[in-house]
Design a protein around this ligand. Structure first.
Ligand code: ATP
Length: 325
């Protein structure tokens, strides 16, 4: 699986005061209007396609050590999402067409560009999936979609607003963890699939923080289940079933930085705890069989994604980074 680092590195996550171990890509977003008006400086410099370095803004500022980091790919502020998709996560996404479970995460602090990046990536992947279907007339494809969000450790169906705010997780002996009563729709074509994705995005819980007027306060998982069967009998593998997960994580944050209190503060605690569990699970998977117990059950996010993280699975993580920390 893809989480085994080819070049292990650690990125200092200033928001959580926590080291996460991962591989894969990082995308630095450009300064937004507010930051430009405030004449903010960019705190990071992309040295080349694989390296990024932190530039302290104050003479006595605490700087993460080391202050330069290596990734599979570094995408600078002028890079468009199409390039992030093509040069980064495309091969992982399209492996779901070959029967391999695939998950793409956007991870980063609040307002760093996770939702912006993940929407673009989902759009490009849907284009490629339907292009592949057109070019593979010998197979019969069926695409199903479900969408959920995990908000304060409660699971909500994004395709069925009537289903309540706290769906149960059940252990199925064959399928692993399943979400009770989660609606799964079959897409009739790409247009229908796009409209269902839009329904999920519109249903998601957002709130205002000091860093983002429309901050996503939940983890969102859009899951495509791709089934394909060979029309004629032959020596080739006849049927594939796999899932492709697009996971837009809630932003990691420090309460002081987002001026959080009340509901926002409670949300932030849940968000940070489940991100901690996710990083622990990923770190343990990265070291392979020696890692012992993997605490999937410590958060709903990792429980739901268990089969997509371990086993017959490929994973890509895009860390998004704000130009100002
Ligand atoms: N690469 C980019 N180019 C241009 N604008 C961007 C880019 N990335 C993000 N933005 C803009 O920055 C703002 C914050 O982005 P976004 O909402 O995607 O952040 P987020 O990480 O999902 O935040 P949160 O965790 O608070 O939900 C949005 O207005 C978005 O349009």
């Amino acid at each position: 699986m893809d989480l085994i680092p080819k070049r292990p590195f650690e990125i200092f996550d200033k928001q959580l005061d926590n080291w996460i171990t991962t591989q894969d890509d990082i995308r630095l977003r450009p300064l937004n209007k507010r930051e430009q008006l405030a004449k903010d400086n960019v705190s990071w410099e992309c040295i080349d396609d694989h390296s990024i370095v932190y530039k302290p803004q104050q003479p006595h500022e605490r700087v993460p050590q080391p202050s330069s980091f290596t990734f599979d790919k570094v995408f600078g502020p002028t890079t468009i999402t199409e390039t992030v998709y093509e040069d980064g996560v495309k091969t992982v996404a399209l492996s779901a067409l070959m029967g391999i479970n695939a998950t793409i995460f956007a991870y980063g602090q609040t307002s760093s560009g996770k939702t912006y990046t993940m929407r673009g990536i989902t759009e490009k992947a849907v284009n490629d999936i339907y292009q592949h279907i057109m070019q593979t007339p010998e197979r019969d494809f069926r695409i199903k979609i479900s969408g959920l969000e995990i908000y304060n450790e409660n699971v909500r169906d994004l395709l069925n607003s009537e289903s309540g705010r706290n769906l149960k997780l059940l252990d199925d002996p064959e399928k692993g963890t399943v979400v009770e009563k989660l609606v799964e729709e079959t897409a009739t074509d790409d247009k229908h699939l796009r409209s269902l994705i839009s329904v999920c995005e519109a249903q998601r819980q957002v709130g205002e923080t000091a860093l983002n007027d429309t901050s996503s306060r939940s983890h969102q998982i859009i899951r495509l289940t791709i089934e394909s069967t060979l029309r004629e009998t032959s020596d080739c593998v006849r049927s594939f079933v796999s899932s492709l997960n697009f996971v837009d994580l809630a932003g990691s944050e420090r309460a002081s930085q987002t001026n959080a209190d009340g509901a926002r503060l409670r949300e932030g605690c849940h968000i940070n705890l489940s991100l901690m569990t996710l990083t622990t699970v990923i770190r343990k998977l990265s070291v392979g069989k020696r890692s012992g117990h993997i605490p999937y059950r410590d958060s709903k996010l990792t429980r739901i994604l268990q089969h997509s993280l371990g086993g017959n699975a490929r994973t890509a993580i895009i860390c998004t980074l704000s130009p100002r920390l």
